[in-house]
Design a binder for this molecule. Structure first.
Ligand SMILES: Nc1ncnc2c1ncn2[C@@H]1O[C@H](COP(=O)(O)OP(=O)(O)OP(=O)(O)O)[C@@H](O)[C@H]1O
Length: 261
C-alpha cells in the first residue's frame, strides 16, 4: 500500500485471508443504468476507510450493498461482510417512542445489556441522559446516541453514511474527535461515506474515490492522529483528492496578477 501523499495503489489489490469487507465484481443496477460496475474492494479488519465520490456516483448504493440493505436491487457479484455490522446515517434514526437507553440497547441480548448501554452512553458523553427521550436531545447529541447504539454491539464493521452531514461546523469537529477516539478504542473496520474531503483526510487511514462504478483512487493517509488541517502534508492529500474529484484548485496569484488588481 502506498504511504506517501499522492501515492495511489491498484484498487482492491490488498490480499487478506480474513478481510472485513470483500467485494468482487459487484454490480448494482437501476433500470438500464449500472451504478456499480464489477467493483472490487477489500477492507482489512480495523481499517478506517473513507469513501468519496461525486454526487450520484454510487457511494450510498455501495454502502447499502455492503449493509445488505438492497435485496430488491438488481445486481450480481461476490460480497463478504462480517456478522456484526453496525450502521450510522445522517439522521440518527432513534426511535422517538423509546428512551435513550432503550434505543441504544434495542435488540441487544444477554445479561448486562443495560450496563453495556449505560457504558456506551457514557463513552459518547451522554452519561445521565439514559432516561431522556430523543426529542430532548440536540442534533449532535442524537448523533452521539446513534454512535453509542452502533458501538454497543462491538461491531466488526461500522458503516457510516454522511453521519455528520446535518451538523453545524463546530459540532462536526467535536464529532470527528469523538469518532476517531471511539475508533481507536474499539477498532472496528469503518467505511465512512462523506462529501467532505477534509473529513476524509482527518479521520480515515485510507481514502477511496468512487467514479464510473468503480474505485478509481485508493490513497493511504500516512499521518499521525490527531491531524491538523494546517499540516502541509494534510493539504497535499487534500489537493490530490480534490484533483481526483475534478475540483480545480485556485492557483496562487502571481506577483504580476496581484499588482494588476
Ligand atoms: N432506488 C433507486 N432507484 C433508481 N435509481 C436509484 C435508486 N437509488 C439510487 N439511484 C440512482 O443511483 C445513482 C447513485 O445513487 P447514490 O445515492 O448511490 O449516489 P451517491 O454517490 O451516494 O450520491 P450523493 O453523494 O448525492 O448522496 C444515482 O444516479 C441515483 O439516482
Amino acid at each position: 500500500m502506498a504511504t506517501h501523499p499522492g501515492g495511489l495503489t491498484a484498487p482492491g489489490a490488498t490480499a487478506l485471508a480474513h478481510p472485513a469487507v470483500r467485494t468482487r465484481k459487484l454490480v448494482r443496477r437501476f433500470g438500464d443504468r449500472d451504478i456499480l460496475k464489477e467493483l472490487d474492494l477489500t477492507v482489512a479488519p480495523g481499517e478506517f476507510t473513507a469513501l468519496l465520490g461525486r454526487s450520484g456516483s454510487g457511494k450510498s448504493t455501495l454502502l447499502r450493498a455492503v449493509a445488505r440493505l438492497d435485496h430488491t436491487v438488481e445486481g450480481s457479484g461476490e460480497l463478504t461482510v462480517p456478522d456484526r455490522v453496525s450502521l450510522s446515517f445522517q439522521d440518527s434514526r432513534l426511535l422517538p417512542w423509546l428512551r435513550l437507553i432503550d434505543n441504544v440497547t434495542l435488540g441487544l441480548r444477554g445479561p448486562g445489556a443495560r450496563e453495556r448501554g449505560l457504558t456506551a452512553l457514557a463513552e459518547v458523553g451522554l452519561e445521565g441522559r439514559d432516561r431522556s427521550w430523543p426529542h430532548e436531545l440536540s442534533g449532535g447529541e442524537q448523533q452521539r446516541a446513534a454512535l453509542a447504539r452502533a458501538l454497543v454491539r462491538e461491531p466488526e464493521l461500522l458503516l457510516a453514511d454522511e453521519p455528520f452531514g446535518a451538523l453545524d461546523a463546530l459540532t462536526r469537529i467535536k464529532m470527528h474527535d469523538l469518532l476517531r477516539e471511539l475508533y481507536e478504542r474499539h477498532r472496528p473496520a469503518v467505511l465512512l461515506v462523506t462529501h467532505d474531503v477534509d473529513e476524509a483526510v482527518e479521520l480515515a487511514d485510507r481514502v477511496l474515490v468512487l467514479e464510473d462504478g468503480r474505485i478509481s483512487v485508493d490513497l493511504t493517509v500516512d499521518l499521525p492522529t490527531p491531524r491538523s488541517r494546517r499540516d502541509p502534508r494534510f493539504q497535499e492529500y487534500r489537493d490530490t483528492l480534490l484533483t481526483a474529484l475534478g475540483v480545480t484548485q485556485p492557483q496562487p496569484l502571481t506577483e504580476a496578477k496581484k499588482d494588476s488588481r
